[in-house]
Design a protein around this ligand. Structure first.
Ligand SMILES: C[S@@+](CC[C@H](N)C(=O)[O-])C[C@H]1O[C@@H](n2cnc3c(N)ncnc32)[C@H](O)[C@@H]1O
Length: 312
């Protein structure tokens, strides 16, 4: 697709993130989830002629939107890839600061062709990189019922996980999943009407979150990826990570704490045998959440949490 996507996404915690990164105008920075370039526009504004910014995204359309927004800029290098592969993508780079703004963009969510949304009908795709991997429909049509149930529990705390997985397994025998509407209807059949009416929000929102996380393998590699990003930073470099749900935020919090602590020996051991040294300092005042004003203006910001680690 050569068209530039009509990309709408308000960057969350914008000022807080740029402040947290402490941008030095001559420094080298990376945005591992550049999306439509919202945060990166601010980074570039703060960079002088010698500054560098690497922008990564899995989604080719996001990179097109960034290029359309920021234009050709000798300081900016765009890379299509997975930030989990940062060591390979940024192999000879050392960073003064980095940002990961996790999850999906509003544009991806709102675009029915991408299959992330439980509103309206679209192909049940949900891949951030639409050029590779299994679609959500393939995943739901092929995966074991128990694996679907576990994903719903683990990635979305869905208390109707077992029933939803059972209905999915029954439904696909009659008619394979193809559209977002197929999945919404399966969830509707699984969750009792009284519960659906009582609950706030759309009944399928947790299922869509869990399936998206499973299809894009968002959680299992995250902790190692965060460690890899820290290893790319210069001493004093600031690493800012924005997460949008508790499962993701827990991984960020626990990984940063582990890197802050260094030693990972069991507390029973009288002396350290692992030899691990603290790698980061966790500046005070974090996590930061959106102000009431931002949350009102941008509902996506309500669940956002910004955490920061500074390389020692
Ligand atoms: C919340 S949006 C980022 C928005 C961006 N900060 C802005 O202001 O425009 C998240 C972006 O990260 C991308 N993404 C998610 N997981 C990724 C991964 N593992 N590797 C690379 N990009 C990823 C998505 O495709 C999406 O474009």
């Amino acid at each position: 697709m050569n068209q530039v996507p009509d990309y709408h996404h308000l960057p969350v915690l914008y000022e807080e993130t740029l402040e947290a990164m402490g941008i030095n105008p001559e420094g080298t920075f990376a945005d591992g989830t550049i999306g439509g370039g919202g945060h990166s526009a601010g980074i570039l504004e703060r960079l002088a002629g010698q500054g560098r910014l690497y922008g990564i995204d899995r989604d080719a359309d996001a990179l097109k939107a960034t290029l359309a927004r920021l234009g050709e800029d000798s300081r900016l290098t765009l890379i299509q890839g997975n930030f989990h592969d940062a060591l390979a993508l940024l192999h000879d780079v050392t960073l003064d600061g980095a940002l990961l703004d996790l999850g999906v963009s509003s544009w991806q969510l709102d675009n029915p062709d991408r299959g992330f949304s439980y509103h309206g009908e679209g192909p049940l795709d949900m891949r951030m990189d639409a050029s590779q991997g299994m679609t959500a429909a393939d995943w739901l049509n092929r995966e074991e019922e128990s694996a679907i149930r576990d994903a719903l529990y683990q990635y979305a705390d869905e208390r109707w996980a077992a029933r939803i997985a059972k209905i999915i397994a029954e439904t696909r025998l009659q008619h394979p999943f193809e559209t977002t509407g197929d999945l919404v209807r399966a969830v509707d059949r699984a969750i009792p009407r009284a519960v659906r009416q009582r609950d706030e929000g759309h009944p399928a929102r947790r299922t869509f979150q869990a399936v998206r996380i499973a299809v894009n393998d968002e959680i299992a590699p995250l902790s190692q990826a965060l460690e890899d990003w820290v290893s790319l930073m210069k001493p004093g470099g600031r690493f800012a990570v924005i997460s949008f749900h508790s499962i993701e935020d827990r991984v960020v919090k626990q990984t940063f704490r582990r890197l802050e602590r260094g030693c990972v020996c069991p507390p029973k051991l009288p002396v350290c045998v692992c030899g691990k040294q603290p790698q980061v300092r966790l500046p005070k005042g974090y996590p930061k959440t959106a102000s009431a004003c931002e949350a009102e203006e941008n509902p996506r910001a309500r669940s956002a949490r910004l955490r920061v680690a500074e390389k020692l």
